[in-house]
Design a protein around this ligand. Sequence first.
Ligand SMILES: [Zn+2]
Ligand SMILES: [Zn+2]
Length: 350
Amino acid sequence: MTHCANCDKTILMGGVKEPESDRRFCSAGCRFKDFHTKFEAAMAHAVADDPDPLPAQGPAAKDEGPPLDDFGASMVGDGAKDVVIVGLGLGAASAVAILIQTIYSMVHFEFFSLTFWFVVPAGAYLCGMLAGLGFWFALRTFDRLPTPLTWATALMGGALAYVAIYFCLWWGLEIEGKLMRDQVGFIDFLRIFLVNQKIQVGRGAGPVVELGNWGYARFGINLVGFALGVVTMVAIAGGKTYCPKCRRYFKTVGTQVRTSIDPETTAYQLHPVIAGLASGRVQEAVDLHAASGVPGTKGYWTSSVVVEGCPGCGRHHATLTATVPGEKGVDHVEGFRFLGTTDLAVQISA
Ligand SMILES: [Zn+2]
Ligand SMILES: [Zn+2]
């Protein structure tokens, strides 16, 4: 049994070993506890030493790479495009509703109404995201930002698609050779289905609870969850950088990831990168970032540069962010986000 060299917590298993000293820590956060303080102090030093760290004369602009593809700029008017987007979005949502019902008829497990702690509609939300793929694809393909019409149809269409799952179920259900729809109407079927739902509490062989009227609440929660899943895909599609001049979505040119464990070196290497981005010398900033740290994510501090370009006018954006290992997965370093913009082409190596 060992103890963390920093916080003295007992380490039962795992932990992080420091190769040079053989000391053990309970987490990467504990081993690099002083990283941020040291990093900020070193960055302040670097800025004070040399406020303008780039060479006075930048290198000549590099040749533009192969032209980005030009798909999406068609002759169709914007209004017509928005109607087509809504049509494709609703079509895909209906297709997914039929698919969900088909799978349910085979496996008899209500994955589309699976909830956590009764109130988190995880299954419905994920199925909703699947149903929203049509909206995502259509918005990106036609290079349109979501309009109020898109948002409204995604929300309403998502809710209707969730009801459609039960509608398809009712339509196809046969009991003892007789079609259910010949016996009861859809609304009655839905009422009976929801009120007679049984859920198992807890994992494994927990008690089975009959929901009764709570079935309506569960249905409502799932309906909202599914609709929000569809809306999420609209938000993801519209969340990408958009060129208002060309009315095109930017395309990702590349991502570069570098990692390190030394706060001082990292600060001195990233200072000119940040200065390059701030002054619009984006290619130089990207090249300096490429030479910093080591490729990958194995160290403590991991910085990423993402370059995006407008296929219309060639405007390029580069965004520098950083992450550190967190309690669960990675944490974004708050406040460490720098954006550079240029009208020149930018090339980026992995
Ligand atoms: Zn510790
Ligand atoms: Zn543009």
